[in-house]
Design a protein around this ligand. Structure first.
Ligand code: NAP
Length: 253
């Protein structure tokens, strides 16, 4: 009989917000393949979330679906409490859930601004806030927050989105300073142009223009991001906190 090979995240519990599709799906598969019991969060796409879980299980991983809206403080708290009841712990949080919004600033309504902030920035706050006390007690935790290249470069037509993603960087750095003494590492990843539903609706011309600016000459794939997230939550990154990792094919340096 073969002895099972130990995996780097065996015994850990992870939560990936927005794990139903795109980058979140690839991250959920990455963490579960590394041995973490992985909760796959979604808000609308139950079928897609089930598909993520199927891929996780087909690759020998374990996980579970967890529906909640990251912008709902109470719902997030209930969900995290549920995780700790089921598994006794929460070790890894990936704040990946996000929405985008493009349009001229002078036409942007306050409701639109709020809807992006509620998910992208308040959602990350809600999830960090809910896991922090458990991670502090455990004296171990890893959090990865999803920002974006446009948080650093800016982008005309994406004021709300880039402001929400710039906020993520401040949250990441301050929290890394506050929780470092408890062995909790908090980092951000800043993807460039990654092929997902979010970028799929870009029209031919602007798509071509975006690709032209990438020195590596191609769009990124969700796995390009997932590999870096997998590294950041692994033992190989135990001395990395408060950093922003750029995954953009050279689009922004
Ligand atoms: P995507 O394909 O549009 O997927 C978005 C995910 O977020 C879905 O799983 C969605 O769940 C979830 N979500 C949205 N609102 C939510 C809410 N209120 N509560 C819980 N989950 C919610 O996006 P993606 O391209 O994979 O992007 C993932 C992250 O990377 C986002 O934060 C995005 O801003 C960031 N990012 C993406 C790119 C890119 O080029 N694609 C570049 C830089 C940064 P449902 O399926 O249930 O709707």
């Amino acid at each position: 009989m073969k002895t099972p090979v130990a995996r780097p995240l065996d015994g850990k519990t992870a939560l990936v917000t927005g794990g139903s599709r795109g980058i979140g799906r690839a991250i959920a598969v990455e963490l579960a393949s590394a041995g973490a019991f992985t909760y796959i969060n979604y808000v609308r796409s139950e079928e897609a979330a089930r598909e993520t879980l199927k891929i996780v299980e087909d690759q020998g991983g374990k996980g579970s679906l967890l529906r909640f809206d990251v912008s709902d403080f109470d719902a997030v708290n209930d969900a995290i409490q549920g995780i700790t009841k089921e598994t006794g712990r929460i070790d890894i949080l990936i704040n990946n859930a996000g929405v985008t919004l493009s349009g001229l600033f002078v036409r942007t309504k306050p409701e639109a601004w709020n809807s992006v902030m509620d998910v992208n920035l308040t959602g990350a706050f809600n999830c960090c806030r809910a896991v922090a006390r458990y991670m502090i007690k455990q004296r171990w935790g890893r959090i990865v927050n999803m920002t974006s290249v446009v948080a650093l470069s800016g982008n005309a037509g994406q004021v709300c989105y880039s402001a929400s993603k710039a906020g993520i960087i401040g949250l990441t750095k301050s929290l890394a300073r506050e929780l470092g003494s408890r062995n909790i590492c908090i980092n951000a990843v800043a993807p460039g142009f990654i092929e997902t539903d979010m970028t799929g609706s870009m029209e031919g011309k602007s798509r071509g223009e975006a690709l032209d600016q990438i020195p590596l000459g191609r769009a990124g794939m969700p796995d390009d991001v997932a590999g870096v997230v997998g590294f950041l939550v692994s033992g190989k990154a135990d001395y990395i906190t408060g950093q922003v990792m750029h995954i953009n094919g050279g689009l922004y340096m």
